[in-house]
Design a protein around this ligand. Structure first.
Ligand code: NAD
Length: 320
């Protein structure tokens, strides 16, 4: 049966009308994991905390973002991060470099920021131009200011369950699962993608002895042979491969929770921008089968920013 976008909208409407626990819930069990709403709740809490710090005479958290070149998507992401800082009362600074900047110049700037007591968090927007190694730049950021959680010290701590900065996207996903009280214990989670910034860390967090967590995790990647069969056995799917609409309805079992991390700009002449954003999941056909699903946009994206703000806040609080 072909399910149309109207069916999906009706299911969402049905949920809004009847809520979660009622006789009609079997008709409309799919629920949207609304990242915008959950992120707003986190930002509202942070706003209050920042106001309290001001009353106590403490300085506001300060995030410095470094942007190299003028990649359209990176510009958009950095602008959203700066805007979110302003919204909650953080100080933010954007430092821009030309695409042709030498690595040594970038490292000098990071060293200056590492030594600046007013700076709580440093993020370098990735990807960097080809002549600059991501790893060298990430390692240059002091682990105590690495609010993106990419430094090997923070990655190591996360693996061992030692409190640390957790990469913003996986942290945001965990906060989203927590916000909506999605059951994870004992579930089979399939993570598609093994990058250091999404796939690997989310697989570690989901398998951790925590709530959310305690999943049995399978990691899939570009060399996985039987992706469809593995996905069909999943209670939770996290799709983070960057290939639009790879996860199709026939790969998802009824009642699964689906987290779509993918964001790809796909040309669309009807849009003023000339593109639309597509996730890694074929939302319209997958959504009716799910217990929970994130939309793109409005799912993991806003949670990534909320998680970054939380990391920056904690960095500031640790110093205070
Ligand atoms: P990446 O390119 O570093 O990693 C992609 C991974 O997917 C790789 O590990 C690869 O092995 C795997 N893969 C590729 N093709 C596959 C296939 N056919 N089957 C199974 N696995 C396959 O990407 P990334 O940085 O992890 O990002 C993934 C997606 O998430 C991108 O669309 C990116 O834009 C998006 N993203 C979104 C946010 C957010 O805030 N929403 C944050 C980070 C990344």
């Amino acid at each position: 049966m072909k399910v149309t976008s109207t069916d999906v909208r009706n299911k969402i409407k049905c949920r809004e009308l009847f809520g979660n626990h009622n006789d009609a819930s079997y008709l409309c069990s799919m629920q949207i994991l609304d990242g915008k709403k959950a992120a707003q709740a986190i930002k509202d809490e942070l706003k209050i905390e920042v106001a309290r710090m001001a009353v106590e005479g403490k300085k506001a958290p300060h995030l410095v973002a470094i942007l190299v070149g003028n990649n359209g998507a990176s510009e958009t992401y950095v602008a959203s991060k700066v805007r979110a800082c302003e919204e909650v009362g953080f100080k933010s600074t954007l430092i821009r470099f030309e695409e042709t900047v030498y690595k040594i110049r970038l490292l000098e700037e990071i060293e200056k920021l590492n030594n600046d007591p007013d700076v709580d968090g440093i993020l370098v927007q990735l990807p960097l131009p080809k002549h600059i190694s991501n790893e060298d730049v990430i390692k240059a950021i002091h682990p105590d200011k690495d609010v993106d959680g990419f430094h090997p010290v923070n990655a190591g701590k996360m693996i061992q369950g030692i409190p640390s900065f957790i990469p913003a996207t996986p942290y945001g996903i965990m906060l989203l699962l927590e916000h909506y009280k999605v059951e994870t214990e004992g579930k089979h989670a399939v993570v598609i993608g093994r990058s250091n910034i999404v796939g690997r860390p989310i697989s570690i967090l989901l398998s951790s002895n925590s709530n959310p967590g305690n999943c049995t995790v399978t990691i899939c990647h570009s060399h996985t042979h039987n992706l469809k069969e593995i996905c069909l056995s999943a209670d939770i799917i996290v799709a983070a491969l960057g290939k639009p609409e790879t996860v199709k309805a026939d790969m998802v079992k009824e009642g699964a929770a689906v987290i779509d991390v993918g964001i790809t700009r796909v040309p669309d002449a009807t849009k003023k921008s000339g593109f639309k954003l597509k996730g890694d999941v074929a939302f319209e056909t997958v959504a009716p089968k799910c217990s929970w699903i994130t939309p793109v946009p409005g799912g993991v994206g806003p949670m990534t920013i909320a998680a970054l703000l939380k990391n920056t806040f904690h960095s500031c609080k640790m110093k205070n």
